[in-house]
Ligand binder design. Structure first.
Ligand SMILES: [Zn+2]
Ligand SMILES: [Zn+2]
Length: 230
């Protein structure tokens, strides 16, 4: 049994609060009794390794992840077994992000930090743009490195697969979907969307602020490894 929160943004996401540093996030999760988290910044894994080092110190598993925006402007939550396979996808994602320079005054800063929360750089390319990768191709790519991809926050009205496409295409071979913390009861939600009944559901905080980390207690009944089995 795992207490998890697999959708967290660090200071590298321009929209995240400046307190979302690797140390603050992992410590907050630790205090909340969470065993496993995923760092899922927009279209990048730049702060994952630093958070993993903090996690190793505190006994919190930090899964490499990324919230990728597809060409259809759908957010897809992706999780990886290790940093190497995450980097393979992150490199492709970066190449498929338009060359738009971030304006920190409009969008916020995109800060890279080491494991002691020292600033080690700033990402200049705006990370919150849609990539040119179509959703079907993205799912195949992530699967090819042994990672898992799932439509993010399907209950929300923006950047969600159900809003933008209206349904979950069979070709994705999706096994998991993510619902936001706003859904009180996922089984009740499915009563009105029976097409979603066949998917396993993860519920995450999508925290951009420290106070939202693990705002809802989420329990995974299986082992972590099972998550990656398709
Ligand atoms: Zn999102
Ligand atoms: Zn997010």
């Amino acid at each position: 049994m795992i207490k998890y929160d697999f959708h967290l943004h660090t200071v590298l996401s321009p929209c995240a609060d400046e307190e979302m540093t690797p140390n603050n996030i992992v410590n907050m999760a630790h205090i909340a009794g969470v065993n496993a988290i995923a760092i899922t910044d927009h279209n990048t894994i730049g702060n994952v390794r630093s958070a993993q080092i903090v996690g190793e110190r505190l006994g919190v598993t930090v899964i490499p992840g990324m919230e990728i925006e597809t060409a259809e402007e759908v957010h897809v939550l992706t999780l990886y077994r290790d940093i190497e396979s995450a980097r393979e996808i992150a490199d492709i994602v970066y190449k498929n992000l338009p060359m738009i320079k971030n304006n920190p005054r409009i969008f916020g800063s995109q800060i890279l930090m080491d494991e002691n929360d020292n600033i080690i750089g700033e990402e200049e390319k705006l990370l919150i743009s849609p990539t040119t990768i179509p959703i079907e191709k993205l799912f195949k790519m992530v699967k090819s490195v042994g990672g898992i991809a799932m439509p993010a926050h399907v209950d929300r009205h923006s950047y969600s697969i159900l809003t933008n496409l209206g349904f979950i295409p069979e070709e994705l071979n999706a096994k998991w979907i993510e619902m936001s913390y706003l859904v009180d009861d996922t089984s009740e939600y499915i009563l009105n969307r029976t097409d979603l009944a066949k998917y396993k559901i993860l519920q995450n905080s999508d925290a951009h602020y420290l106070k939202n980390i693990a705002s809802r207690e989420n329990i995974l009944e299986c082992e972590l490894e099972e998550l990656f089995r398709w």
